[in-house]
Design a protein around this ligand. Structure first.
Ligand code: MG
Length: 165
């Protein structure tokens, strides 16, 4: 199956992730505002608009897009019952000992260095802002999306921190 002629579909991946996040009710401005809330204490010059622009830059990173596509699709497939057991029940019930959602999120948070990992842990404990609504929504499968959102914000915090270091 390995095809050396395959051209990586960066634009399609970006469009897919942004569209799916919108379908799942994620407002990108609200996401970037979390990073603003966390980072402006350390760097008062940061503006909300800059945080949003940097979020769009972060969302163009191939490593992040790869993880985001897998995370979003696993939630969708589980919700539609298109995964085989026992994995289906594990994902649908957000089993605490599963950990693949967090593993994927940690790798995502790490793309701008370990500051992202620290921020991910902080956001995971806090369930801050928009991330919180997925934790208490029992209508959809949110096993991967809550960690993904925390990881995207955490990576953004890492990028902002490095920019001003
Ligand atoms: Mg999770």
């Amino acid at each position: 199956m390995l095809n050396h002629d395959f051209r990586y579909p960066d634009t399609a991946a970006f469009d897919f992730v942004v569209k799916r996040l919108a379908e799942r009710g994620v407002d990108l401005h609200r996401l970037s505002e979390i990073a603003y809330d966390l980072q402006h204490k350390f760097e008062p010059a940061i503006s909300k608009d800059e945080c949003y622009q940097e979020l769009i830059n972060v969302l163009h990173k191939r490593e992040l897009l790869n993880n985001a596509m897998v995370a979003l699709e696993l939630d969708r497939l589980a919700e539609e019952g298109q995964i085989k057991e026992p994995l289906l029940s594990i994902i649908k019930n957000d089993a605490g000992v599963f950990g693949v959602d967090e593993a994927l999120a940690l790798q995502t948070a790490n793309i701008y260095g370990t500051i992202g990992v620290t921020n991910f842990g902080y956001l995971d404990r806090l369930k801050y802002g928009i991330i919180k609504q997925y934790d208490s929504d029992n209508e959809h499968v949110n096993t991967f999306i809550d960690d993904l959102l925390g990881a995207i914000v955490a990576a953004l915090c890492g990028k902002l921190a490095h920019k001003y270091a």
